[in-house]
Write a protein of this length. Structure first.
Length: 209
């Protein structure tokens, strides 16, 4: 039971950072600074073309649409973050936070837990933890898919933070080394239809190397 509790806490921390980390990052940056910072050249191999950006990190890569930029994650356990740097925000409340539509990538090593967990177990624990941590969160859709040849789970959810309505796509898959990969895509609820297909395209471009 102790191990199970630890697992739930770990899952909670992973996704709370994924969903809320970007909001925290933007709100806590000094007003005189830019709302986001590009990752310094050399920290990651980034190949640019006129149409897209291939973001290559240690062990994985994904393709970002034109206009998306890698930013420096606010916490070390976030492997990579990116934002739509061309997004135009009209809501004054959102402008004050500096929020931009974004993605975050993390992983969790299931071998550290005494009890074996399936991908389904992991996703269920995350959803349970989120319901406890974020009042009113709604899981609008969940479906099976594939990422990099591995079975994946896609979860669409709505939440309200700082009186702002957000839409989030959570993507989970377990690789051959028993690591859970978690990708979170976050946008304003009103922008969901604009970004929905973009999020899925980015997720499906994810490759392990």
């Amino acid at each position: 039971m102790k191990d199970k509790n630890f697992f739930v806490i770990a899952a909670l921390l992973v996704v709370i950072v994924l969903i809320g980390g970007a909001v925290y990052f933007y709100k806590t940056k000094p007003a005189e600074e830019s709302a986001f910072q590009e990752t310094p050249q050399g920290n990651a191999e980034t190949e640019k073309s006129s149409e897209e950006t291939v973001l290559a990190k240690d062990g994985f890569a994904l393709t970002l649409p034109v206009g998306w930029t890698e930013i420096t994650p606010p916490q070390e356990n976030i492997l990579a973050m990116g934002v739509d740097s061309r997004e135009e925000i009209n809501d004054e409340k959102v402008k004050e936070t500096g929020f931009r539509t974004n993605l975050s990538i993390q992983q969790d090593d299931l071998s550290k837990y005494e009890q074996p967990y399936s991908l389904s177990d992991y996703v269920d624990s995350v959803k349970t933890s989120l319901m406890q941590a974020i009042p009113g969160i709604e899981f609008a859709k969940e479906e099976q898919g594939e990422i990099n040849g591995f079975d994946a789970v896609f979860v669409e959810c709505w939440s309200t933070q700082e009186e702002i309505d957000f839409a989030t796509l959570l993507v989970f898959f377990k690789d051959a080394n028993n690591f859970i990969w978690a990708i979170s895509f976050n946008t304003l609820h009103d922008s969901w239809l604009t970004y929905q297909d973009v999020f899925y395209q980015i997720a499906e471009s994810f490759k392990l190397e």
